[in-house]
Design a protein around this ligand. Structure first.
Ligand code: NAD
Length: 499
């Protein structure tokens, strides 16, 4: 479970731990605006009396430049695994050199499967068209297209694998419902694209419906991601908690932060069974780095989430309320400053000083926060493995690099090469659309063909291997295969469009 040991100690005794019990955390100052906003956030945390023992690690640009393509030194992993709590400023991912995003690496390596991104309007103090907006996005953090498994297979075609697992989906959906329960939220909405991706997004929606039934007091609905995003942008007040997969969650949380006032306000907790990482949702903003103008609010509010996680909810509330009061008093950084409405435009440091000056105060108009009373920690169980089902091999998709734009000629070549008894070519598609048999001349074909062979009944992997050997001998350039299975008699593959 993810409840930090210090949080358990704090809730089991008087609710207060001494300064000698400072909680070890790892911190990274990051790149671009990272050092400025981290220094501002740490000043506020320290002034508020947060009992933390930070241990600094270096990640990002400087580490990439030392030749470490992961962006993190091996010894830094030891610090992260020991402290189990990471307060991280944004970093810059070098573009176009094949480097992997370190953010994604850290989230996945430490098993931080849930990315929690609250987004509430601060109306009338920060300009927004959506004064009643108060949304929490729970984004799946480890799977989907962010598995980062990409291949170039032909001259013309590149692919990215979208991986969705049942244990991963169950965990994130259950986390969203438990989060709603622990934080007094009334509704959980699921966003997916299961009208198109019936197996992957279909699983996400199905699991959502299954788990929703265990939380009868919570209202639920499901939105196709496109109309869901449009509604979120136009009427965010109709949403409460949204649970969605990795890519959709990444996109809609920037939309949500921006329409609430500024992307600079967005905080994010990345939570797993063993560790947690707290960061702003925005990046390193190189366009404004080094100018002392960045808004430190996203990182500061991530620090507030961290204090709740480590069992210091009173300090978290004290900082959050002082921050709300600062916003109410019109002390604004450039991204949210509005002439006439704001009282003063301040830089990063002065904003932090203004929050510090208000520690102990509460907002007058915006609702004050009380984490000790209103939020309970979310307990996380290990992922559950589903019972194995009867898996039957019924066919194989062979993907072929074929430069002639002629499906009939490809079909003839495949048929003449294939001598495996009871394994027949039944379909060829190009980018998912049927082009053989009886394709239409209007369909554009690339050089990447999916050739579907079905067994007469069930088959064996050895027969697939025999087919591939025969295709290779005939000079047919196959670039990948996908086995076609049934699980307990249910199709484990999609049909070709037009099949
Ligand atoms: P970005 O979020 O850094 O900036 C987008 C825009 O928002 C810019 O105009 C920027 O000035 C503004 N902005 C961002 N944070 C702000 C703040 N606190 N105050 C005021 N304005 C702010 O996105 P980007 O420009 O696409 O990415 C820059 C770099 O950050 C890239 O290298 C990217 O890979 C990286 N990145 C890192 C993280 C992370 O570390 N978690 C997340 C996203 C992007």
């Amino acid at each position: 479970m993810n409840v930090h040991p210090a949080a358990r100690a704090a809730s089991s005794d008087t609710g207060s731990i001494g300064a000698s019990d400072a909680v070890p955390i790892a911190i990274a100052h990051g790149d671009g605006i990272g050092p400025e906003i981290m220094s501002a956030a740490l000043k506020v945390l320290t002034a508020a009396g947060a009992r933390l023992a930070p241990e600094e690690i270096e990640i990002g640009e400087a580490v990439y430049e030392q030749g470490l393509t992961s962006g993190i030194a091996p010894e830094s992993w030891d610090v992260l695994r020991r402290t189990k709590v990471f307060f991280k400023a944004p970093i810059t991912t070098p573009q176009g050199k094949g480097y992997k995003s370190l953010n994604v690496t850290i989230r996945k390596t430490l098993g931080l499967f849930a990315n929690v991104r609250p987004c509430a309007a601060l109306s009338p103090f920060v300009a927004t068209k959506h004064p009643d907006m108060d949304v929490v996005i729970v984004r799946e953090n480890e799977e989907d297209l962010y598995a980062g498994i990409e291949h170039r297979q032909t001259d013309e075609v590149y692919q990215c694998l979208k991986l969705v697992s049942r244990p991963g989906t169950e965990r994130i959906v259950r986390y969203a419902f438990d989060y709603a329960r622990a934080n007094g939220r009334k509704k959980v909405s699921c966003f997916s694209k299961d009208n198109i991706m019936k197996l992957t997004d279909g699983l996400f929606h199905k699991v959502f419906d299954e788990i929703a039934a265990e939380y009868p007091e919570i209202e639920t609905d499901h939105w196709i991601i496109d109309i869901g995003t449009a509604r979120l942008a136009a009427r965010p007040e109709i949403f409460d908690v949204i649970v969605t997969s990795n890519l959709y969650g990444d996109i809609i949380s920037d939309v949500a932060a921006e329409i609430s006032g500024s992307v600079g306000l967005g905080a994010s907790a990345n939570v797993g069974e063993h560790c947690a990482m707290f960061e702003a949702i925005h990046g390193s903003a190189p366009d404004i780095a080094g100018q002392n103008v960045a808004n430190p609010s996203g990182l500061l509010l991530a620090g507030v989430q961290m204090l709740v996680h480590v069992g210091q909810p009173e300090i978290a509330s004290k900082i959050h309320n002082a921050w709300l009061k600062t916003i109410e008093d019109g002390i604004h950084t450039a991204d949210i400053h509005k002439a006439g409405d704001s009282a003063e435009k301040v830089g990063t440091d002065a904003f932090a000083e203004a929050v510090i000056a208000r520690l102990g105060e509460s907002p007058r108009t915006l609702p004050a926060v009380s984490y000790a009373l209103d939020a309970r920690p979310v307990e996380i169980a290990p992922p559950r493995r589903p019972a194995p089902q009867v898996k039957t091999l019924v066919g194989v998709d062979v993907f072929v690099h074929w430069r002639e734009a002629d499906a009939d000629a490809l079909a003839a070549a495949l048929k003449s090469a294939n001598a495996v008894e009871g394994l027949d070519l039944i379909l060829i598609t190009n980018r998912g659309t049927k082009v053989w048999p009886e394709g239409l001349p209007e369909t554009f074909a690339t050089d990447h063909w999916r050739c579907r062979f079905m067994f007469d009944g069930t088959g064996q992997s050895a027969q697939v291997a025999a087919l591939l050997t025969q295709l290779a001998k005939a000079g047919i350039d196959f670039v990948k295969t996908e086995h076609l299975y049934e699980f307990d008699g249910q199709l484990g593959y999609s049909l070709g469009q037009g099949q």
